[in-house]
Design a protein around this ligand. Structure first.
Ligand code: GLP
Length: 261
């Protein structure tokens, strides 16, 4: 896994946005895999800025989000659809019909999950998948114990995730216990995986994901199996990495090679 360590959360968000913007410039009809949570907010704000100030064009882009809470309507302020509308979609020129999230109000979960996989496939697959990481090491809502070959399906959230996400809802009792999530297998089929992690509260999960054993215990560790995965970390999230100095040096070498060519 390529590990990029930057100074702070602001710089991490900018770095992730640059990766996405580079892709959209090279491939205007790119398929973006998007994530929710506190971490990607800065990345989305930077993409909005690039759209407004630099004319970054999303008119042919398609998006697929990782997950959605079961039982929340799209206009529920804590639904992931609402999050995406307010942080990104309503501020850029992506056509609404090109934006996809699992339907949290579905009456037929299995059909919805299958259909979501088919929609990703028929869009040509995901070019870049943006990911956060849960404090228990999960990606999307692939909680510990999830199959590393899993596909889109219904998952129960762990007590730790419910506790973590209660900050958005006001109380733990209000956090849905179930969510529809793309699987680890679905995520690994993306052409590039970009994991963004910031803050000291993510440092242990980040170490386990990047330098620990590949294990269903920490589903983000499956990214080690992906040939094109990048972790963008701030100093606080990188604090427990054994090989942080090595990653920094490798990035400097990469930069100097780029400068020389
Ligand atoms: C939720 C989401 C994940 C996200 C995680 C961490 O569980 N399903 O996709 O990575 O929260 O969120 P935060 O960035 O708020 O720490």
């Amino acid at each position: 896994m390529r590990v990029v360590i930057v100074e702070d959360a602001e710089a991490a968000g900018r770095r992730a946005a640059e990766e996405i913007a580079d892709l959209v410039r090279r491939k205007p009809n790119a398929v973006l895999g998007l994530a929710t949570g506190g971490t990607p907010v800065r990345c989305y704000h930077e993409l909005v800025r690039m759209h407004r100030e630099e004319g970054l064009d999303f008119s042919q882009v398609h998006t697929f989000n990782l997950d959605e809470y079961l039982g929340l309507a799209p206009d529920h302020p804590q639904s992931y659809r609402y999050f995406m509308q307010s942080h990104l979609f309503q501020h850029i020129n992506v056509p609404q019909e090109n934006t996809h999230l699992p339907d949290g109000l579905t009456k037929d979960v299995d059909a919805t999950c299958q259909q979501y996989e088919e929609q990703i496939r028929s869009a040509g697959g995901i070019d870049i998948q943006l990911l956060g990481i849960g404090s228990d090491g999960h990606i999307a809502f692939n909680e510990p114990g999830s199959s590393l070959a899993s596909r889109t399906r219904l998952k129960s959230l762990t007590a730790e995730t419910i506790r973590d996400n209660a900050r958005f809802f006001g109380s733990e009792a209000d956090v849905p216990q179930l969510a529809i999530t793309t699987g680890v297998g679905t995520i690994l089929e993306s052409r590039v995986c970009l994991m963004l992690a910031t803050g000291q509260q993510k440092a242990t999960a980040v170490r386990e994901a990047i330098e620990g054993a590949v294990s269903a215990r920490v589903t983000a560790s499956a990214l080690q199996l992906h040939p094109q995965s990048i972790a963008v970390l701030d100093e606080a999230a990188a604090a427990e990495l054994d090989f942080a100095d090595y990653y920094r040096r490798a990035e400097q070498l990469r930069e100097s090679l780029r400068g020389a060519s």
